[in-house]
Design a protein around this ligand. Sequence first.
Ligand SMILES: [Zn+2]
Length: 462
Amino acid sequence: MRAAVYARISRDAEGEGLGVQRQLDDCRALCERRQWQNVGEYIDNDISAYSGRLRPKYRQLLDDVRAGKVEVVVAWAPERLHRSPRELEDFIELIEATGLGVETVKAGVWDVSTSHGRLVARMLGAVSRSESERLGERVHRAHQQAKARGYWRGPIPFGMRASSQPGAPEPDPATAGVVELMFKRVVAGHSLCQIARDLNREGIRPRRGREWTHIGIRRLIYSPALAGLVEVDGELKAAVFEGVVDADEWRTALAALRRRPAGERRRPPETLTLLGNILECEEHRHKCFGTGAAHAATYQAALPGQCYVTITRAAADRIATDIVLERLRQPDAVDLLQINRDRTPIDNEISHLVRRREEIVELIADGLLTGAAARPQLDRIVQRLKVLEGARAGTGVQVDDLRDPAAAWEAWTVPQRRDLLRLLFDRITLRHVGSKNGPRADPTRVGFVWAAATNDGLIPNC
Ligand SMILES: [Zn+2]
């Protein structure tokens, strides 16, 4: 009999630890015992029983069976051959059409010529599939429980290392400093590309991959483990271990990243102007960007045929700076920027909302509420949680900065100044002038729309 051996590498329940070599060895031994002639070995490599990837060798095998080159198929176990009931049915059809024999190391001869044999085959397939699903659920549940108790699950981020206690990594003395500096640079507005480039130049290697990229830096910054936090069901809670930076520092860096448009996160701060992409045409709402030579630098909404509104950059920067400094000199600036704010009310509201959400989820689980009916309320809770998380983040501006705002403003980087403008104003507008839109230095054309939300809506009303 001409026998073909089929083996599949996967990481499902059965595949873990069962190397392809072991599958092949057992199958070859089976062929020898039966005195079958091994006419070919077909090996597919897919990551999971659920991946929809094509199995080229499996297809080749079916073709060879149809062509009469193969009389019996040998595999290690039925679930090696088929990943879905659909595939199994097609295979049974092929067996009926060709009289193909099937034998597996684990389940023996596979007789699908009788209805009983077919039933057994179908049940074996169903069992192996549900086992694989259950394993996934068990692992997921175990991870959730560990995280709820404050333990870390998943790869340990750069800057930390495993400790003697599983799930409780600790700062790695060798790399924690690199991460601390990284956070300071992010808050100061250094671009993620710049940070990556510097690390690569210094020969510091990321945990995975050969080089740092802005995406890798961003991913690392977002890891809550670095702040001694774990995320459970989308909620951050204190972990049982210490991070590299404190939670407020981490939130401030994330808030800074979120406030800045994507292009700005990648651009070096020295190429940024104070008002570029912030200042907008009052009439057309087009954003203005810095243009022109150093001696005649302007902001311009360069939209050919529609809007050429433009202003001398120095004049616009001056008036924006003056108005911000004037605001920072007011006694309520500390509240305005949420410096030293008691965050207890925010934390209380966050935990109240989280509890509320858990109650709703329980009601759904008990069948007392439909998911569709709960959706609007859940969405509102999620939105509010986002606002609160943002309010908790702070600005990175220190109380000392407010003693001499002008000096602090000088010391801040351009991205930090831009962050402040975005916080203080909903819009900064530029009015067209006369018939000719040439560069003008008239600062009264610049309008400032204060952000109503700078304070309101962030502090809960309780
Ligand atoms: Zn315009």
